[in-house]
Design a binder for this molecule. Structure first.
Ligand code: NAD
Length: 486
């Protein structure tokens, strides 16, 4: 198999993959027309098959992730990439009957007689799903759950940075589902671009805001509705009463998940100025005592490519060159290009114009900004783009609620970080530059459904009054409405 680096740079040679994409889409469109409204039982079966597919490929999934990341903790594969979406499929299956049920809506009997109005969630049709490299299974098979629950057909396009995971995903999806129901297409950037030009019934894109903009433009050309799951800088605001071992453990624990390569990682912290040193000490103590040898162990995920590792090192070099206090929490020695593991580094109170404060870090750097008043921390967050997630740590519930009320983000946690993303029952997504639309749970089901508003005529209504030629019937309806004030 070609290395991640080589694959990622490949832009040509996608002609065959593009031709296959068009075939796959045509096959799925034809499939949709023959069975446009799968029954509850059919959808249950699909969700059961999806969960079974993940559970039965445990070792292959672990191996593929290790191959693409250099090092990938097998238990992180179990918990996040297998059990996470498998549990989400079980949850969707349990809720599905109520999600699919038509929802009655008001229809004034004075006008509509015994007619009925309701919203019927209807499958949209054929959906495209463009997946990034950081969670190759959770971000492909995860949204597939609500897409299938909503009765759709789905084509998945994995990232060119994860060739081993892409190959496995294609193999296991084709062994589990009919190809006119779910399929996976694999290729380079040529395929990625062609994928955005298909006239999907809905397109989901997960990745960076920069490419998200390109996707939105391509989708707009065809009026394709699009869900954008993007990134950004997710802050953790720590109030004065929360600078303790437990909060720091939550922050560092979240940062070490995928070694920071997670969209809802804590991107940076905001800490009271007089407690900055205490925060740094607690972080160093935590890594020394609870995660000894972390950055060379198999609990530490490698950077996805040498280019990504280099980007992190360049950010740190810039901070050092600007005289910042940069504190690696471990001594890692030279970077091994095969494993690409990096230690977590704190950068204390960096200026806002550094790359690590301008860009999403997406790696093991934790900038810790100092603030003097909580209002200043809130103003700092509100001056930036609206984040995908925001975390607040405080012992005072009212204070945490106040921070939540005065800030806007896609999701949020109090006294923890990223946990909202693990809950199948909560909607997941961003706002503004961090994305639009939701997957997970009932909001995901609705995102991938057409909320068809339906009226079924009954008896003794006045609807004929609305059609020309207007005469006494229309006059009576208008007179009654004006007399009633509505
Ligand atoms: P990436 O490089 O793997 O790209 C994502 C996908 O976009 C890939 O499938 C790729 O082939 C495709 N792509 C790239 N260029 C394209 C183009 N010009 N046209 C069409 N498709 C194209 O991943 P990335 O962008 O480096 O991912 C990291 C970003 O994703 C971070 O910003 C992160 O926060 C965000 N992210 C968001 C979520 C979320 O749920 N909101 C989840 C994970 C990652």
């Amino acid at each position: 198999m070609a290395s991640t680096e080589t694959q990622a740079m490949t832009t040509g040679d996608d002609d065959a993959a593009i031709a296959e994409l068009y075939e796959v889409v045509e096959r799925q469109r034809a499939g949709f027309l023959t069975d446009p409204f799968p029954s509850l039982a059919e959808r249950h079966e699909l969700l059961g098959a999806l969960a079974g597919m993940l559970m039965s490929h445990r070792s292959q999934i672990q191996e593929a992730l290790s191959s693409d990341f250099g090092v990938h903790p097998p238990l992180a594969a179990d918990l996040i990439e297998i059990l996470g979406p498998a549990g989400r499929a079980v949850y969707a299956a349990e809720q599905l009957e109520s999600w699919m049920a038509p929802e009655p809506r008001a229809a004034d009997p004075a006008l509509y007689g015994s007619g009925r109005a309701f919203v019927q969630p209807q499958p949209k049709g054929v959906i495209g799903n463009i997946v990034p490299w950081n969670f190759p299974f959770d971000l492909s098979v995860g949204p597939l759950i609500e897409m299938l629950a909503a009765g759709n057909r789905v084509v998945i396009k994995p990232s060119e940075y994860t060739p081993a995971c892409a190959e496995l995903l294609q193999e296991m999806v084709r062994a589990t589902f009919d190809r006119d129901r779910v399929d996976v297409v694999v290729g380079g950037l040529g395929l990625a671009r062609a994928f955005t030009r298909v006239r999907w019934d809905h397109l989901l894109y997960t990745g960076s805001p920069a490419i998200g903009r390109e996707i939105a433009k391509a989708a707009a050309e065809q009026l394709v509705p699009v869900t954008l799951e993007l990134g950004g800088k997710c802050p953790a605001i720590l109030t004065a009463d929360s600078i303790d071992a437990e909060s720091v453990k939550q922050v560092i624990g979240t940062k070490s998940l995928k070694n920071g390569q997670m969209c809802i990682s804590v991107d940076y912290c905001l800490v009271p100025r007089e407690q900055l040193e205490e925060f740094a000490r607690l972080a160093a103590d935590h890594v020394r005592e609870s995660m000894p040898g972390y950055c060379t162990s198999d609990s530490c995920t490698g950077m996805i490519s040498s280019r990504h590792a280099q980007r992190i090192e360049t950010m740190l070099d810039e901070a050092r060159a600007r005289g910042c206090d940069v504190r690696p929490l471990e001594d890692a020695g030279e970077l091994d290009p095969a494993t690409r593991q990096l230690p977590i580094s704190l950068v204390l109170d960096p200026p806002d114009d550094l790359a690590l404060m301008q860009e999403e870090v997406f790696g093991p750097i934790l900038p810790v900004k100092a603030y003097d008043e909580l209002d200043e921390a809130i103003a700092h967050v509100n001056a930036g783009e609206r984040p995908l997630a925001l975390y607040v740590f405080s012992k005072q519930e009212a204070l945490a609620e106040d921070v939540l009320r005065r800030t806007t983000s896609g999701g949020a946690c109090v006294n923890s970080a990223a946990v909202h993303g693990a809950l199948a029952s909560l909607p997941f997504g961003g706002i503004g530059q961090s994305g639009s639309g939701r997957h997970h749970g009932v909001e995901g089901f609705r995102e991938f459904s057409n909320p068809r508003g339906v009226f079924v005529r009954g008896e003794e209504d006045l609807i004929e009054a609305f059609a020309p030629s207007y005469g006494p019937a229309a006059q009576a309806v208008a007179d009654a409405a004006f007399a009633g004030g509505a």
